[in-house]
Write a protein that binds this ligand. Structure first.
Ligand code: B12
Ligand code: SF4
Length: 448
């Protein structure tokens, strides 16, 4: 059995702050004419928190919160029995710094999330144990071993967690629950597509699974008991892939009187009955990965997506006609991209106005097919994970120089934000704008 510092074992759940990302975010905001950054509580940590027994005392530590409020990282001096870390690629160096620090103090560290799941061996150079994939089935096994004093180095998820059986995330442990702009939840896992650059299949596996609509509604009620008028941001990879279930979910959400957004693919446009139910249930925005309007490029991403490009204009019109805004996410840096890519995107957006726009730089995240291909082609730049922010060029692009990519993105955002386009969108989207809760609820930080 493990000896604890006191009768109540103490765990810290830490969301690392990445200074470099936040600096670049500000630069990107200037380019995209957007102000501020959105703050979310970290859903992975709140989910992991739900897996601890009642004997544990849990401290949720969000370094973004500490930094933005000018507070020191005094938690580093506190005594814990266990420190749990999560990290995306760009946050991994800071997660490692935190882990090194606690390990030097003899405190046990465990890490999960996107980065550690793709590179468990690397993570193990800094942390004591790694959870690969979903935490809901792997972390309880770790905890059991940890309590016995025999934790292993790596725990793998089955990738088949039954979402109807998982406990609700512990929003009640947030020390500052009202501070956040949006409150994330997930309702499904898995995605039927298989994009070359996507890292999510590696973590969640290929099986599409769902919570019950009632379960999701209950989780939202719990958030509502802690925060007034929370804006719910569904963190699912592709939430509306099952239309029948999505309609049931919309009916379960309607009485809650919330506003919400979710990630989905363009096929949502095919079911207008569903779109109407979504609108009635408070859906104000769908975040859709359009990726590219070049069929040649898209054929390297995913064949299904390549077959959808011709239908983009109609789909955009249909979804937004239901007063649901689209946050259209595009990626540049594909092998068939060149200077014309930016001109084509500018014309496409003039002809098919979208409520919001995001443009990211193609990034070869570890664990993806894109990463393996570029490695084989000897095109990866030396890996610096804090450059994996989706604002950086981390490989030798085929048809453009890194500088052209940056200038091209700027050109598209300048056109999108020109007074003429702003005016056009203002008129066109007045009824969507009217449905938004307030400025704070607006989608500012974006990712897909
Ligand atoms: C919500 C979200 C955000 C929110 C909130 C982020 C936050 N504070 O948590 C916002 C909008 C702010 C955001 C911003 C960004 N994001 Co984001 N985001 C997401 C999204 C949609 C959901 C993440 C989530 O909450 N999932 C639900 C939880 C429960 O799942 P999970 O994190 O995978 O955790 C499970 C397991 O991984 C594991 N686990 C995870 N951590 C731990 C820790 C321990 C100890 C254990 C035991 C287990 C464990 O157990 C959990 C339960 O099964 C994902 C895409 C997706 N669908 O996953 C992208 C994603 C995580 N984001 C991504 C990116 C790139 C970004 C940005 C850099 C984008 C940008 N350029 O602005 C920024 C960075 C922000 C920052 N502060 O540094 C990438 C990360 C890629 C990677 N390989 O690292 C993703 C995967 C999207 C993508 N493009 O593929 N994001
Ligand atoms: S990028 Fe989006 S659509 Fe493509 S596989 Fe990943 S989650 Fe699915």
């Amino acid at each position: 059995m493990r000896n604890f510092l006191s009768a109540t074992p103490k765990a810290a759940l830490v969301h690392p702050h990445d200074m470099k990302y936040h600096r670049e975010r500000e630069e990107m905001n200037a380019v995209s004419h957007v102000e501020g950054t959105e703050n979310f509580p970290n859903l992975a940590l709140l989910t992991i928190a739900s897996l601890f027994g009642p004997e544990w005392e849990l401290s949720y530590i969000d370094e973004d919160y500490l930094t933005q409020n000018g507070l020191t990282y005094s938690y580093l001096g506190e005594n814990f029995d266990l420190v749990c870390l999560t990290a995306m690629n760009h946050q991994s160096y800071q997660a490692y710094r935190i882990a090194d620090f606690f390990r030097k103090r003899g405190i046990y560290t465990v890490m999960g999330g996107m980065h550690a799941s793709a590179l468990p061996e690397e993570a193990l150079m800094h942390v004591d144990s790694v959870i690969v994939g979903e935490g809901e089935d792997a972390f309880p096994r770790f905890l059991e071993d940890f309590m016995k004093g025999t934790p292993q180095k790596v725990y793998y998820s089955s990738g088949k967690v039954d979402l109807t059986q998982v406990p609700p995330p512990r929003f009640d442990i947030l020390p500052n629950p009202g501070w956040f702009d949006k409150y994330p939840l997930f309702a499904t896992r898995g995605c039927p597509r298989n994009c070359e650059f996507c890292c999510l299949g590696e973590v969640y596996g290929p099986i599409y699974r769902k919570k019950s609509p009632q379960q999701v509604a209950d989780e939202i009620r719990m958030i509502q008991s802690i925060v007034k008028d929370p804006f719910i941001s569904f963190a699912d990879e592709n939430m509306l892939a099952d239309r029948t279930w999505s309609k049931e979910l919309a009916k379960a959400l309607k009485p809650l009187n919330i506003k919400w957004e979710a990630y989905c693919d363009i096929s949502a446009a095919r079911d207008e009955e569903m779109l109407e139910l979504l609108r009635e249930s408070g859906c104000v925005e769908l975040i859709i990965g359009f990726e590219t309007i070049s069929k040649e490029n898209m054929q390297t991403v995913d064949n299904w997506k390549a077959s959808q490009i011709a239908g983009y204009p109609e789909a955009i019109k249909t979804i937004q006609s239901h007063d649901i805004g689209i946050l259209a996410c595009f990626v540049v840096g594909f092998d068939h991209d060149n200077e014309e890519t930016f001109d084509n995107l500018i014309s496409f957006l003039e002809e098919n106005p979208v409520f919001e726009l995001d443009i990211a730089v193609l990034t070869p995240m570890p664990g993806t097919r894109l990463h393996s291909r570029l490695k084989k082609e000897n095109r990866l730049y030396p890996e610096k994970w804090d450059d994996y922010t989706w604002y950086h060029i981390n490989f030798e692009p085929a048809g453009l120089k890194p500088d052209q990519i940056k200038k091209g993105i700027m050109r598209v955002f300048d056109s999108y934000s020109s007074p003429m386009m702003e005016e056009k969108r203002r008129k066109m989207f007045a009824s969507i704008e009217a449905r938004l809760p307030d400025e704070n609820g607006r989608n500012i930080a974006r990712c897909n």
